[in-house]
Each structure stands twice: as C-alpha cells, then as structure tokens.
Design a protein around this ligand. Structure first.
Ligand code: BGP
Length: 463
C-alpha cells in the first residue's frame, strides 16, 4: 500500500477520555463527590434525558477489556485523567488506597500492552469539598491542587511520562462563571476573571511542584487547551479588532501564560480599563514566568467566526467578552449535520502554524479532535456502526496536520475524542464520539468502522 501521508517516526496514535466520563463507580470504592455528582443530585433536569455520571462506560470495572480493545485497534498511546475526588476524596488530606490501586493497575496494564499513558490531572471535576469553600475563587484550593498534583507525580510518575495539569481550563470558567452551563452556575465576569487567574496559578504551581520532584529528563509536563481560532468576517479593521479581542479572551488568556510565562499586555489593558482585573499577589507573576510548559495538548473541534459589534453594548449591562464582538455564521460553511458544529479542517493547521511562529514551536500534539453524532444507532449495519463521516472527518484533519508537520511544526501525535462512547457533562449520551460503541445497558463494546480504519493509519503511520 502506498502511504501518501506519512507521519514522523514515533508519532503517537490513540484516543482521549476523562475520568468522570468513562469510569463510573462514582459513588463507590472510596471516591468522594465532585461537582458533577452533586449537581446531578441537585438538578437532574439540567442533564440530557436526566442521565447522570454514576455508571457511564464502566471503565472502572472493565478497563482490562478496554485496554485490549485499544491494543486491537492499534493505539500506542491513550489519554486519561485522574479523578481528584477519587484519589483524595475531600480534595486535601487522606489518599484513597483503592484509587491508588486502580490507577496503578490501569497504568501498568497500559504499559504491559505497549500503550503510553498521557495523564491529565484535572478534567472539569472539582471535588465537592473544594467547591464548598469557593472552588477556584479561593486560593486555598490552588494550594490543595498543587498538593494533589505532587501526590500524583509521586505515586505514578515513575511510569507516567506525559503529564497535563488541566484540560480546557477556560471551559469551567465559561460554563461555571459566565454562561451558566457548569456548576456553580454563576454569571459574573469579575469572578470569572479571578477563577481563570487562579487556574493559571494552580497550573504554574503544579509545574513548580513537578520541577521540584522530577529528576527524569524524559518526563514532561504541559497543559491541554482548546485553541479555537478566531476568524474575522473580513479584513476590515473593525472585524480584525473583534477577532483579535476574541482571541485574547478565549485563547491567549491561558496560552500565553502557560507557554510564554506572561499575560498579553493588550488583555491586561482591557481588563484594567473596565475595572475587571483579578487580585494578584506578590510573587505570582514571577512564579508563572518561571514555570512554563514542556509540551502542549491542543483540543480542536471547530473555529470561531466573529465580526465587529453592530450595536454598542449598553454601558450599564454587566461586563462580558461579548461587548467586543459578535458571532458570525459564515455563509457556505461546512457543518456537522449530526452535532451542529462547523467543520473546518484547516483550523488545525492554522493553530500549529501560530504555535510555530509565536510560541517557540512548543512540542505539541492533538489531544482531542472528533465528531459528535446524535442517534448514531441509525448508522448500524450488520452489527457495526458505519461511521464513514467520522473517517472523512479524521482524514481531513490529518491531511492538514501532516502539511503543518511538513512545514516544520512540532506536532508529535493525534488523539481522537474519544475512545468509546461515554457520558458528557450536561449532554450525557446525546452525542456519540467513540471509536467503540457502547451499549449503556449491557456495557457491550463494539468497534465502529472508524476503529479499524484508524488501526490501519496507526499501523502504517499514515494513510
Ligand atoms: C471537550 C471536552 C470533552 C468532551 C468534548 C465533547 O470540550 O474536553 O470532555 O466532552 O468536548 O463535547 P460534547 O459531548 O458536549 O459534544
């Protein structure tokens, strides 16, 4: 077979997951409650079909079978997260021995099957006890997180070589403090800014703890960011300015401090001018400057399209990023008809070129990219989901990723979201993304067509 798109030697092929979305056993085995368990108990109707995270895809009990499937479909790497409230049920203090055994078993099983674990420490799942003292609004939680991170490095860092402090840290800020789609459902920009700032600080403190602990030069640390390129409607200076501000709020607010060690001055100026700067303590900014990442995970699903505001915002309305831009639906854009998101494959290339040109070509990999599909059973034929649309989606993105590598971008891997169909935040089982379909009632796993297609890609290191 001729391989037209050949990837560099040692490229990581695999898929991504997160603890709350796959483990299940949410109220078992010594795990403490996190905000998802709590929010579901309090407001089940906020979740699609009133389904919560108690069972999900049962990875806690079926991880061995799942790791065999990963091997079967050619994975050489797998991204998972540790549940903070499973490892340390109250967020700080006692470690749960059953969790230590579980994560040790999973890591050992992965390695025994030739699969490299990529481990995220925080994927949206704040321990409830920590949220009850204010969550990321409270600096005590920043210190508790640093202690948790160090604990994880000490317990599992002899085998885990790729660590990520946070997954998409801007999402809990948007969801929990701006747009009301995550607990604690607060809508307040000033708090959002403080929470975002404390998350960046927590990230830098985890990196600091890592540097103090890590003696092995092979072990690396980074962060996973959803870098959503902001494309202006036109080259008109007002549209360009709108896109730039959107980029500052939603990408550079985390990307710059994580990779360059400092906030963009333009963003600081906007917040200062509107009285929205967070409280910063002495020494914080130096700490961020000294603790930048080794590696970067990039989640990419869809672009953002923006235009200049048509009407000036009411100056008495509460401050929001949307004071500076409007969203814009580009005519003729390609859509995922089964999830309602735009598909723009070139976005993945634009992100990588930006990282090369403006962020020191930091070592990166695609930590999530994927296509959600509602009611995917309709594509079932002879016992298998015929997800040709997903194959086309992945192939289109890989072509652009390949081009970025040819042009010198430092990309080392590709992880699909996700390994198997799983529970998602308030969408529950609405959108399916997996290589493997899961019957939630029987917990029966069946690889989709894309799983075997991807196996070929991984085996040939290209397609
Ligand atoms: C990303 C998250 C994942 C996953 C994915 C799909 O932002 O990191 O955890 O949920 O989005 O989202 P959804 O299931 O809402 O379509």
């Amino acid at each position: 077979m001729t391989v037209q798109y050949k990837f560099p030697e040692g490229f990581w092929w695999g898929s991504a997951t997160s603890a709350t979305q796959i483990e299940g056993a949410a109220n078992e085995a010594g795990k403490g409650k996190n905000i998802w368990d709590h929010w579901y108990e309090a407001e089940p109707n906020r979740f699609f079909n009133n389904v919560g995270p108690e069972t999900t895809s049962n990875f806690y009990y079926q991880y061995k079978e799942d790791i065999q499937l990963m091997k079967e479909i050619g994975h050489n790497s797998f991204r998972l997260s540790i549940s903070w409230s499973r490892l340390i049920p109250n967020g700080r203090g006692e470690v749960n021995p059953e969790a230590v055994t579980f994560y040790n078993n999973v890591i050992d099983e992965l390695l025994a099957n030739g699969i490299e674990p990529f481990v995220t420490l925080y994927h949206f799942d704040m321990p409830l006890e920590m949220q009850n003292i204010g969550g990321w609004e409270n600096r005590e939680v920043v210190d508790a997180y640093q202690a948790y991170a160090l604990q994880a490095f000490q317990l599992f860092g002899d085998r885990v070589k790729k660590w990520f402090t946070f997954n998409e840290p801007i999402v809990p800020v948007e969801g929990g403090y701006l747009y009301d789609f995550h607990y604690p459902n607060i809508v307040d920009f000033k708090k959002a800014a403080q929470v975002a700032y404390h998350t960046v600080l927590a990230h830098a403190k985890a990196v600091q703890a890592f540097r103090g602990w890590n003696k092995d030069g092979d072990t690396k640390i980074g962060i996973v960011l959803n870098l959503t390129p902001s494309y202006p409607r036109s080259q008109n200076p007002f549209d360009l300015k709108a896109a730039n501000i959107c980029d500052l709020f939603f990408n550079r607010s985390f990307l710059d401090p994580a990779v360059l060690g400092e906030y963009p001055e333009e963003l600081v100026e906007i917040l200062r001018e509107h009285g929205q700067l967070p409280n910063v303590e002495q020494g914080d900014l130096e700490l961020m400057k000294e603790n930048t990442v080794d590696i970067l995970g990039v989640n990419y699903y869809q672009p953002r399209r923006v235009k200049a505001k048509e009407h000036l915002p009411n100056p008495y309305s509460p401050f929001m990023p949307e004071w500076f831009f409007d969203s814009y639906e580009m005519p003729g854009r390609k859509m995922n008809p089964y999830r309602g998101w735009e598909i723009y494959e070139k976005g993945i290339y634009d992100i990588m070129v930006n990282l090369k040109e403006n962020y020191g070509n930091v070592e990166s990999f695609i930590s999530e990219n994927g296509m959600g599909v509602q009611d995917e059973e309709r594509f079932l034929q002879d016992g298998q989901i015929q997800d040709d649309y997903r194959i086309e989606f992945i192939e289109g993105h890989l072509q652009w990723l390949h081009k970025s590598i040819e042009e010198g971008c430092n990309v080392k891997g590709y992880h699909l979201w996700t390994f198997m169909d799983n529970w998602s935040w308030s969408n529950a089982y609405k959108n399916r993304y997996g290589f493997i379909s899961v019957d939630i009632k029987t917990q029966q796993r069946t690889p989709k067509k894309s799983a075997y297609w991807f196996k070929n890609v991984a085996t040939n290191n290209g397609f």
